[in-house]
Design a protein around this ligand. Structure first.
Ligand code: FAD
Ligand code: DHB
Length: 397
């Protein structure tokens, strides 16, 4: 069995693994990235689309932001729509920040291109099958092209998503999990039609939540709340457009043009946190450690925030001789994770219909939205969380 030696063995080439590999490379720290899917698969998988300003700053500041700056759509506000009326939350005015709409798979493409350009190791169709010895000399066993190989490393970065092998490798008595399931899911489409608004629209309606987003001036991304066990085959293209129009209708005649649907899928919704995020030299990042419901657009951004913390810890260890630098990793990440859970859970409850809601519950949704859109204090709370809480508030993060 071939044995490879590296400093950080990274499992998973999603946003967490690729960003970590890139930031470590810039610091002169070696890593080896394993990804079980093909390069094409990870580069075309349709997922998140909203980047916080802090995420954009990290990507641009580390030299992989050229296309993001050229093609990303900078948004200075967002619309909340309910009771047939739209209300803008003005990020620029409230918190002097913005967000950027740039698809997750484009971030992934940019990071893979950079890694290949500087000739650093990344293997596709390489599945980690076993990890061991993370209290001494960690090892990752993986399969590639029908052969088994092994990596010996100083640390294993578990960037292998929610269904990966790293979190289950924690000793059972060393891990607590906190979980919440929601009684609904999102049906998402990508359509070849100009977005009906230049900013995102989050809508609350008696039929349920809907969201208008975009990927480019020609491509719209839209979501509908649906049942958790919904069969996508029950949703013809016409039914999807009709339902989107019903939920997004305004008193002043909002027009939602339809267009060819290029892709559709159903995303289940859950909240999940694993604590702690490190067991000795095995470290979890991103979805491997936590899942947020998508309403706050935080999943990808939290993954990048974990990477930022871990990079600082590893620089402490390798370059500043701070042997205990990893001790604060989990607590630092989890503070941001729980704040994101709070925000995402709040946005989700405010904007979705729960089963069997009565007229009282409906009026409470409307009152909450009325308050959020009419009180400057409440709008500011939404804005500062949506654009991303600061990394460098004293004592925070
Ligand atoms: P992932 O992107 O999941 O990457 C993990 C990688 O590890 C994968 O490429 C996987 O193939 C690889 N891997 C797993 N096991 C192994 C193994 N044994 N060996 C080698 N490789 C392995 N967030 C939002 O904010 N808005 C959204 O609209 C949104 N939509 C989503 C839709 C879906 C279907 C999903 C699943 C997630 C969505 N998210 C969304 C969440 C967001 O995409 C994630 O938070 C983000 O991808 C986290 O990045 P990650 O790198 O931690 O994990
Ligand atoms: C998108 C996804 C989200 O979860 C969200 O809150 C906003 C936008 C998107 O895919 O564009």
């Amino acid at each position: 069995m071939a044995l490879i030696r590296t400093q950080v063995g990274i499992i998973g080439a999603g946003p967490a693994g690729l960003t970590l590999a890139h930031l470590l490379h810039l610091q002169g720290i070696e890593s080896f990235v394993l990804e079980r899917h093909t390069r094409d698969y990870v580069e075309t998988r349709v997922r998140a689309g909203v980047l916080e300003q802090g995420t954009v700053d990290i990507l641009c500041g580390s030299g992989v932001g050229q296309r993001l700056q050229r093609e990303g759509l900078q948004h200075k506000g967002v619309e909340l729509r309910f009771d047939g009326r739209g209300h803008r939350i003005d990020f620029q005015d409230l918190v002097e920040k913005s967000i950027t709409v740039y698809a997750q798979q484009e971030v992934v493409k940019d990071l893979i291109a950079a890694r290949i350009a500087y000739n650093a190791p990344i293997l596709f169709e390489a599945e980690a099958i076993r990890i061991q010895d993370f209290e001494a000399q960690p090892r990752i066993r993986y399969q590639h092209q029908g052969t088994t190989h092994e990596i010996a490393c100083d640390f294993i970065a578990g960037c292998d998503g929610f269904h990966g092998i790293c979190r289950p490798a924690f000793p059972a008595d060393q891990l607590s999990t906190h979980e919440r399931h929601y009684p609904f899911a999102w049906l998402g489409i990508l359509a070849r039609v100009a977005p009906a608004s230049h900013e995102l629209i989050y809508t609350y309606h008696e039929h349920g939540f809907s969201l208008l987003s975009m990927r480019s001036p020609e491509i719209s991304r839209l979501y509908l709340q649906c049942a958790p066990d919904e069969d996508i085959n029950n949703w013809s293209d016409d039914r999807i457009w009709d339902e989107l129009r019903t939920r997004m209708a305004t008193r002043d005649g909002f027009v939602l043009q339809d267009g060819p649907i290029l892709q559709k899928g159903i995303t289940p919704m859950r909240s999940f946190v694993a604590e702690p995020m490190r067991f000795d030299k095995l470290i979890l990042l991103g979805d491997a450690a936590h899942i947020v419901p998508p309403t706050g657009a935080k999943g990808l951004n939290l993954a990048v925030a974990d990477v930022r913390v871990l990079t600082r810890c590893l620089v402490g260890i390798y370059k500043e001789n701070k042997r205990n630098a990893l001790e604060q990793y989990s607590a630092r990440c989890l503070r941001r994770v729980w704040l994101a859970q709070r925000f995402s859970g709040w946005m989700t409850s405010m904007l979705h219909r729960f089963p069997n809601e009565d007229s009282f519950a409906h009026q409470l949704h409307l009152a909450e939205l009325d308050y959020v859109t009419s009180s400057r204090a409440a709008s500011t709370t939404l804005a500062e969380n949506y654009v991303g809480l600061p990394f460098d508030t004293p004592g925070l993060f």
